[in-house]
Write a protein that binds this ligand. Structure first.
Ligand code: ATP
Length: 238
């Protein structure tokens, strides 16, 4: 089709000092897709997210919703609706759940819409509603991850980038979080899911990209990637 991608990445390279951690990354994410980025430890997944969020300098092209982001600041990227869901522990631990959620909307000035979204979030996540006065840092890992996800949604994103959401969480909690991502996509939000657990990621994704030592080595429909030898290779690492 000639549909324009929501996120277009071309020849993106980034690294730390002299070392390039990711090289010539090309990818496309279309509206309301769930796209998985898989690869073993150290493959460069987090570096790619940092480059996309513009917290790490990079070369190449990033176009979000038709807008060039190559020279944008992280704040501008956030304001344009590309929002990263950090690992749960990066919440404001000594602030209440409620205040954490409000922090997600700090770029917005539409007071009544924010209040409405907050109510919707509490309906979507009753667990957070029950704990709205609790300090975020005192909740379980799964609840904190839930809160991080909800906080990202409070930014009214068009694309959320989820980094290693399953890390250290019980399988049943992870399953619930995955269901929530599917629900978020149903509401029209595009999801870029970065995961070490390939089976988990590919179980909910439409398409996937496989990274190995800083490069994309394979991509395709999630169903096909599950059985791909390159996926196994990248997953086992070399
Ligand atoms: P993980 O799941 O372990 O985070 P990853 O696929 O996200 O793995 P990255 O964290 O992006 O991989 O790491 C890619 C490469 O960049 C690795 O070789 C790593 O050692 C290196 N790297 C990551 N962060 C830094 C940093 N702050 N300074 C220097 N090198 C780094």
């Amino acid at each position: 089709t000639t549909q324009e991608p929501l996120l277009l990445v071309e020849k993106l390279s980034a690294g730390y000092g002299e070392m390039l951690a990711i090289t010539d990354i090309d990818l496309r994410i279309y509206r309301a897709e769930i796209v998985a980025l898989i690869g073993s430890n150290g493959a460069g997944k987090s570096t790619l997210l940092r480059a996309l969020s513009r917290v790490l300098p990079c070369t190449g092209r990033i176009v979000l919703n038709g807008r060039e982001l190559s020279a944008a600041t992280s704040d501008q990227v956030f304001a344009l609706g590309m929002v990263q869901v950090p690992e749960g522990r990066q919440l404001f631990g000594r602030m209440s759940v409620h205040d954490n959620l409000l922090m997600g909307a700090y770029r917005r000035s539409d007071k009544s819409a924010i209040a409405q979204d907050l109510e919707r979030i509490y309906e979507m996540f009753p667990r957070l509603a029950e704990r709205r006065r609790q300090m975020a840092g005192s909740m379980s890992g799964g609840e904190q991850q839930l809160c991080a996800l909800a906080r990202a949604l409070m930014a009214s994103p068009i694309l959320i980038m989820v980094d290693e959401m399953s890390l250290g969480l019980a399988p049943i909690i992870v399953e619930q979080l995955m269901d929530i991502l599917v629900g978020i996509r149903r509401n029209g939000v595009t999801v870029f899911l970065v995961e070490q657990d390939i089976h988990l990621a590919l179980s909910i994704a439409d398409r996937g990209y496989v990274m190995e030592t800083g490069r994309i080595v394979q991509s395709g429909p999630a169903r096909e990637l599950v059985d791909d030898p390159k996926v196994r290779h990248a997953y086992l690492g070399t």
